[in-house]
Structures are given as C-alpha cells and as structure tokens.
Ligand binder design. Structure first.
Ligand SMILES: [Zn+2]
Length: 333
C-alpha cells in the first residue's frame, strides 16, 4: 500500500498571485479523491520536525530568520514568502518527509508520496530561497544517512536543486542526481559539478536545453543515472518530485508528460523498491493532480491509462555522452 503524507495545514502557507500557492495541493487532492486508487491509499498526518533536527542540516541564523518572519509575515527574497505561522508549517512539511522516510526504511510500508508545502530543494544550508524554506528532502535523507544507510536523491524538477546539492556536496552516503533545464533558475547544476572531497562523483548533473523531453531523459537514465544508482546500491530512494518539467508548465521548458514521470519512477523502482516522492515544483493546476497520480500508480505497480501526445523538440544526446565521459572516472559506465 502506498502511504500519502498530507495535512490541511499546508494550505495555510499561501500567497495570492504567487505560483507556489495553496491551490496546488487543493487540486492534487481533488484529483486523487476522484481516482479509483484513492481508497487504496493510506493517508497519514505529519508531525513537525524538532528544531534540533533541523539544526543538523540548516544554520541557526537561517532558522531564526524564518521564525522571526513567521510572526509578522514577509519576504525572504523577491520570490520567497513567509506567512504568519509558516515556520511551523515548514517544520510540518519537513517532519512529514522525515517520518515517511523512516516508515519506508523500517519496512513498515513499501513506498509513499509526501504531499507537502512549502517545497524544499532550493533551500541551502544557510539560505531559504526559490519558494523553499527548509530542505524537506535533505532533512529526510540526512536522518536516514545517520543510521549508516545510503540514500539516492533523484530530482526531476525543471530547476536544479542547488540546496540539496549544497548540503551533500562532500558526502558519499547521499548521492544527488538531477536533470534540469539550463540555463534557468537558479543557475547552478553544470555538468562538471560532481561533488568534492569524499563526495566527488556522488553529485550528478545533466543540464538540458529547452525542448528536451522523454527520449533524452529516459536515455540518460538508462545510460548514466540508473547504472550508477545500481553500483551505489541505495537503501532508500527519495525523489524530489517537481512537475514543472511537464511540457505545459508555465515555469518550465522541458517536455515531459504524465507517462514520462510514470516511467521514471518504474526505472528507479527497479534499483530499489523502497522509494518515496516529495512534492517540489509544478504549477499547472489542471495537470498537477494527474502527474502526482502517475507516480503513485508507478510506485504501486498499477497501469497508467492516461496519455498525452507530446514529443521532444531537441534530442540532447551530446549532453548524455559528455556526462558519461566525465563520470566514467568514478563509475563503471
Ligand atoms: Zn521547480
């Protein structure tokens, strides 16, 4: 059975006219409730993460800033808002992903999806940015890696997860794999950013040109991401599930479909069936629910009977070859 982490409290973090608003979760839950799969899902409520656990990944100064702004409401930067109570909601989002990771690693259930907000993958050790307050996925990966387990984070958001990369850049226990549109916000994730020190070879970035889509992404998975993941042997896979890489997303530029997300999860599941997804970006309210559902169907081993007619306009084979060449030094590719 697939676990779903959700709370109505996530709707309280909201900003009118901002793409990262509460309607995203409302539309996802509406689609899930209407689906046949809904009754087979086990919906669980998150608990807020303790501040001492947050401090293992983020700086005291950063936490203080979110906490203070949460008392008045305000902006961290031009894109990142904080509402009254946002600090507690961010702790609840992070706590939800941490709890889900721990349930899956302990074998309590097979897989799960954390439908949480605000998102997390742009939040670095010291800085909230890009709609993200705390790095939910990094906090969960850290909590598992502390138990001497290996974690693979796979990030399919259209934006590079600079925050997650930053947090694990020198770690060989947590591997970060990402494909993303480039050039695009936040400007990081070049092909030669591969980690440092013990973490050299454990950060894998595939920057893609506008118009690249399923053919390129699946080939990159077959040629690079999956063989490396198999060699790394993760005990848990955490997917930074950003759906702004869908072809109809207003903040995007890549050309993935619902079926592409379904196939991505199937490929990851073949490496390690213990897998959780955590919501990052994705701003097309008409499509978002269906895209989340596609990944839930893939995790639960059900078929997807939803098709979108879309093809990539740019086949970025040269990028895959270049990445392979760089990583050959570290992995048997
Ligand atoms: Zn994004």
């Amino acid at each position: 059975m697939t676990l779903i982490v959700y709370s109505d409290r996530f709707l309280e973090h909201d900003q009118f006219n901002h793409p990262e608003n509460s309607e995203r979760l409302v539309s996802i839950m509406r689609t899930l409730r209407k689906s046949k799969t809904f009754e087979k899902l086990n919906i669980i409520s998150p608990q807020p993460l303790d501040e001492k656990d947050i401090l293992e990944v983020h700086s005291e100064e950063m936490i203080k800033k979110i906490r203070e702004l949460s008392e008045t409401g305000g902006w961290i930067d031009l894109d990142t808002y904080v509402c009254l109570g946002s600090y507690d909601i961010a702790r609840l989002a992070a706590g939800g992903v941490v709890m889900l990771a721990s349930k899956i690693i302990s074998g309590e259930d097979e897989n799960g999806f954390a439908l949480v907000r605000p998102p997390g993958h742009h939040a670095t050790k010291n800085r909230s940015m890009g709609f993200c307050l705390l790095n939910n996925v990094a906090l969960a990966a850290y909590s598992i890696s502390k138990k001497n387990k290996r974690v693979l984070i796979f990030d399919h958001d259209v934006h590079h997860g600079n925050g997650t990369q930053d947090i694990f850049y020198e770690s060989s226990k947590v591997m970060y794999q990402s494909f993303h549109l480039s050039p695009h916000y936040p400007g990081t994730g070049d092909i030669d950013e591969i980690g440092e020190g013990d973490g050299e070879g454990y950060t894998i970035n595939l920057p893609l040109p506008r118009g690249a889509g399923e053919r390129t992404v699946l080939e990159a998975m077959d040629e690079v991401f999956i063989p490396i993941a198999e060699e790394f042997k993760p005990d848990l896979i955490i997917v930074s599930a950003g759906f702004d890489s869908h072809y109809q997303d207003m903040l995007g530029g890549l050309r993935l479909s619902a079926e592409s997300f379904y196939k991505i999860i199937c490929k990851l599941k073949s490496v390690q069936p213990r897998i959780i997804c955590s919501l990052e970006g994705g701003y097309n309210l008409e499509k978002l629910g269906m895209l989340v559902l596609s990944e839930i169907l893939a995790m639960s081993g059900k078929e997807l009977d939803y098709r979108e007619k879309v093809e990539e306009t740019v086949y970025a084979k040269d990028r895959i070859d270049e990445l392979k060449k760089i990583l050959k030094e570290y992995w048997s590719l």
